[in-house]
Structure formats: C-alpha cells, structure tokens
Design a protein around this ligand. Structure first.
Ligand code: GLU
Length: 277
C-alpha cells in the first residue's frame, strides 16, 4: 500500500487536514506500506514556503513520518507540460481566452459546494496554432470521450459514503465536468486535476485517501488517467471534519489550525480524539 497526503501550502494545517494525513499515514503503516508527502503548490501566487514549512512541522508534531523527500509540484512543471503536449498531440486541447477567474479557480483543488461551472464551449473551435500568451488550455471533453470509447472508465472506492465500484457516466461528465482547464503552458501553470492525477501515477500511489469533497472530481482524474495511459488507483474519500454548526472546516478557519491547538497546550492524542480517531 502506498498512500500520500497532498496539501496545498496556502494556509495552516487544520483539523480536517490532520484527519486526512493521519488516516493516510496510519493505513500505510498498518499495512507495512509507504506514506508520501506531496506539496500541491502549483498555484504559485497563493502557495508560500512558510505554509509548506509549518505544515511539515505540524505533521511531525502529530507523530507522522513520511518516506523519502517531500515531492513539490512546482519542481516538476516540465513533467506536467509534457502531458499537456501529449494531450495536444492527440488533438484534445484547445486554447481559451475566457475569464481569468475561471482559469484561476482551476488551479487549486475545488472546494465542497463550489459551483463547478461547465464551460459553454465558446473557444472550442480554436486550433492550437491560434494560441496567444495567457490563453488557458482546455480539454475537449467530447473528443476525449470519443477517444476513450471502449475503455472501462471505472474506479474502486472504499470510503464510507460511496463504497463500491463506480463508472464514469459520459452524460454525467458532460453535465458536471465539461471542458475543464488543464493549464496555461509556457507560464508554468498547470491545473490541479492534471498535476494530481499524474503524480498519483508517477508516485505509484495505490490508495488515494482524501476528503469526500473531492469525490465528485475523481471521474475527471480517471478520464485523464486513461488519456495518458496511467493506472487508476483505488480511491478512499473520507468523511469531512465539521464544526459544531456542520460547516466544513476551511483552511481560513484559523481557530481550528493545528498550530492554535498546539499553542493552547493540546497533545497529538488530543487531536486524534478531536477528529474522532
Ligand atoms: N491539494 C488538495 C487539497 O489540499 C488535495 C488533493 C488530493 O488529495 O487529491 O485540497
């Protein structure tokens, strides 16, 4: 078993992250497997080395140890760009000059409840040769699905809410995924979906353990895995840690930062108790 914890260093480690990290760590260790730490820092504006360092410090304080060096996505941009080239070579990408906000939103992992706008296809007929500096690159979903005709786009989920075998439903993908942004080549910008799917394969992750808020995006990663000839890991989407009002703990919610609990004298065992372990 090879698992990973893949935070975006854009804020402090909070209780929800701690739960995710402990779960991935403990599952790997219980199986005599490997646990890796990956910093998903492709959003170069929001990612900060200070958060990166603080997250590592909090994880170590929690008693978690990871195998090998930290994998920092910003060090691997050429590998992601090579995958964009592969997709472009298959005729599956097109340049898009629509809303920068939309493009920005694609750079970090989507959050629970965030409306995922399906792109209306305004730029879909543009050839790659018309690409301008600053254009995003979008996946032509219809062409991607056609290229994958005959593939079994399935994945196994072992998390409590959706346990079982799932299959990507093309109609559902059209309605909820659409032509997602995968990058802005040449500007060292690559979207979460592509970087994360590629790294899971590259790091030979057998079990992707992460929050339930990301379950609805697993099909996008399965589609990308098939297009890029990458294996599909087993997914385990765990329950989310919520506050008393049922609201999901966001990174912004600094009151729930592990650092704050530490300063208030909590022990790692207290943190495990607080997240229900
Ligand atoms: N970097 C993502 C986040 O912090 C997690 C992505 C994943 O685990 O696949 O929300």
């Amino acid at each position: 078993m090879r698992t990973r914890f893949a935070p975006s260093p854009t804020g402090p480690l909070h209780l929800g992250h701690a739960y995710s990290a402990i779960l991935a760590h403990d599952m790997a260790r219980a199986a005599g497997g490997t646990f890796l730490l990956r910093m998903e820092d492709t959003d170069l504006e929001r990612s900060k080395p200070e958060w990166d360092a603080l997250i590592q410090d909090d994880l170590a304080w929690l008693g978690l140890s990871w195998d090998g060096a930290v994998h920092r996505q910003s060090d691997h941009i050429p590998s992601y760009n090579a995958r964009l080239d592969t997709l472009a070579g298959l005729g599956l990408l097109y340049p898009c000059s629509c809303s920068r906000g939309d493009i920005r939103a694609a750079l970090s992992a989507p959050q629970e409840g965030a409306a995922h706008n399906v792109y209306p296809g305004t730029c879909r007929s543009r050839p790659m040769a018309s690409r301008q500096p600053g254009d995003a690159l979008r996946l032509d979903l219809e062409k991607a699905l056609a290229a994958l005709a005959g593939h079994d786009l399935g994945f196994t989920e072992t998390g409590p809410a959706h346990a079982g075998r799932h299959r990507v439903d093309p109609d559902e993908a059209r309605a909820s995924i659409g032509d997602i942004v995968l990058g802005r080549k040449g500007e060292n910008i690559v979207a979460y979906f592509l970087a994360s799917a590629f790294d899971d394969a590259d790091q030979r992750i057998s079990h992707v353990i992460r929050g339930e808020d990301l379950f609805e995006f697993a099909p996008i990663q399965v589609i990308l895995q098939h297009l890029l000839d990458l294996p599909t890991p087993t997914y385990h989407h765990h329950r989310l840690i919520r506050d008393e009002t049922g609201k999901r703990l966001a990174k912004r919610d600094d009151a729930r930062a592990i650092r704050t609990y530490r300063e208030d004298g909590a022990s790692p065992a207290d943190i495990r108790r607080l997240v229900g372990l």
